[in-house]
Design a protein. Structure first.
Length: 173
């Protein structure tokens, strides 16, 4: 189990770095395209397509990291009036639903990747499956995180969570 958690810690670190890079590249690409289109009267023909791929990848990476941090949308209905046991059971039910969603993402995402692997994106010539593969990757991460949360297992990544959470700013010191 230690090797699996180490692998996912490394994968999460790489994905956070990738997400930050994609966001910065997307901003720079769109800014350059706007500048070229309105100032130089000629845009970058492939910029919108590449920006779309970047935003899809960024979104699904953020989704998986959101499940890791338990940032999903939840409702607190009458939290003071329900017993801790029922609250615990509802928390586990949430984890089961998240596991199911991870499975759906993997299963149907893979079908979508296979279906679109024969077509290409028009401006770049890249296989269209590049646009849909993050669904599968995110589904694997959601399944892992949901399972670890359901079983209450320690992922051993509290330091990594603190590092990437944004809470350790210069003003916090």
């Amino acid at each position: 189990m230690n090797a699996v958690t180490s692998f996912f810690r490394l994968l999460h670190t790489l994905l956070v770095i990738l997400a930050k890079t994609l966001l910065a590249a997307m901003v720079l690409l769109i800014a350059a395209n706007v500048f070229m289109r309105y100032v130089l009267n000629s845009g970058i023909t492939w910029s919108e397509e590449v920006a779309l791929v970047f935003v899809v990848w960024f979104t699904f990476i953020a989704l998986a990291l959101g499940v890791k941090q338990r940032l999903h949308i939840s409702l607190c209905l009458l939290p003071e009036k329900i017993s801790p046991k029922i609250d615990f059971l509802l928390s586990k039910l949430t984890d089961i639903v998240i596991l199911f969603m991870g499975y759906i993402m993997i299963h149907y995402g893979w079908i979508l990747v296979q279906f679109t692997s024969r077509s290409i994106l028009p401006a770049t010539g890249v296989p269209a499956s590049v646009l849909y593969f993050p669904l599968v990757l995110s589904g694997v991460l959601v399944l892992y995180e949901g399972g670890m949360n359901l079983l209450g297992l320690d992922k051993g990544d509290a330091n990594m969570d603190d590092k990437f959470s944004g809470r350790r700013c210069a003003s916090d010191v």
